[in-house]
Design a protein around this ligand. Structure first.
Ligand code: SF4
Ligand code: SF4
Length: 299
């Protein structure tokens, strides 16, 4: 699996860039997905987006912690957070900058493409929305996606959303960036201070809305809702579990957006239905077809 992490600022189009890259990968015949990370962001605040490309269906839903490719839409982010943390030693980077790769200090010495995406965006789009220009740099460094697929994906996505003229301008920005991009190696001098991630033991993970046995239900920590938000109350379908079919892979436990699937000591699972909204993701990811979504809010 090839994993990509985008770092940008709100308004630069990092999310659209990740989605367009995924679409280009699909055009190439790969499986791909893309999704954003939204904190309490506002225009100009640091944001992240992620994409994954593989030759088989992708079931991982987590953020990308160890990317193969890092895409930095704003060079100034290098000074305010360790954006290259987790980048694989043989990973690659694309940076929006007017500098050459050897002038960039990512904190890791890796193959690096630099492109002045801001300048190109100003020329083609008359606005500092750098997502399509940076995708030209991505096509230069990412062997899985050609510039032709990137052109097609940009044309489709921007054409559908903003019309033919915008699509042409964005394709033009990407192609121009592809032609101007400089390939080289960046420096690895800057210290990459590890950010403390919340990676508890599974027994310590709150069940979204349900804490460990003995604690009061519904305290709002970790994923999921809160006691005031009984997400199970609007459920119209309910997961029914066939314990005999379950191969204990725990994909359902990991994938439930409301974290309302409980992992038992033997790795079988059970449900806290007060907080199951019936989305059906658990049934969809189950490789053993051990979960059926049954009509109604049954228990
Ligand atoms: S249907 Fe499954 S994935 Fe969706 S909320 Fe319920 S338990 Fe979680
Ligand atoms: S995804 Fe299916 S097989 Fe895996 S633990 Fe859940 S119910 Fe069992």
């Amino acid at each position: 699996m090839f994993e990509i992490r985008f770092h940008g600022r709100g308004g630069q189009g990092a999310v659209m860039a990740a989605q367009t890259l995924a679409e280009a990968a699909v055009i190439e015949g790969w499986h791909a997905n893309a999704f954003p990370y939204f904190g309490a962001e506002r225009r100009g605040a640091p944001v992240m987006a992620f994409a994954r490309i593989d030759d088989r269906k992708i079931s991982i839903k987590s953020q990308v912690y160890e990317p193969d490719l890092l895409v930095i839409l704003d060079e100034t982010l290098l000074d305010i957070e360790p954006v290259a943390r987790g980048l694989k030693a043989d990973g690659k980077a694309v940076v929006n900058t007017g500098k050459a790769p050897q002038e960039i200090d990512l904190g890791l010495e890796v193959d690096c493409v630099t492109v002045d995406a801001t300048n190109i965006a100003m020329e083609f789009l008359k606005a500092p929305i750098v997502n399509t220009a940076i995708l030209g740099g991505v096509a230069k460094v990412c062997d899985l996606v050609s510039i032709d697929s990137m052109r097609e994906a940009i044309g489709n996505r921007f054409g559908d959303k903003f019309g033919e003229t915008a699509a042409r301008a964005n394709v033009g920005a990407a192609v121009n960036a592809y032609e101007q991009a400089i390939v080289g190696r960046c420096q690895g001098l800057r210290p990459l201070v590890a950010r403390s991630e919340w990676l508890p033991e599974w027994r310590d993970i709150p069940l979204g809305t349900t804490l460990a046995a003995g604690s009061e239900k519904g305290v709002a920590i970790g994923p999921g809702g809160a006691i005031q938000n009984l997400t199970g109350s609007w459920r119209t379908r309910t997961p029914h579990y066939d314990r005999d079919k379950c191969v204990r892979c725990l994909r359902c436990w990991f994938s439930c957006p409301d974290a309302c699937i409980k992992r038992e000591e033997d790795d079988h699972v059970s449900w806290e239905l007060d907080y199951c909204k019936g989305c059906g993701i658990c049934a969809q990811v189950c490789p053993a077809k051990a979960i059926d979504m049954v009509k109604g809010a049954t228990r």
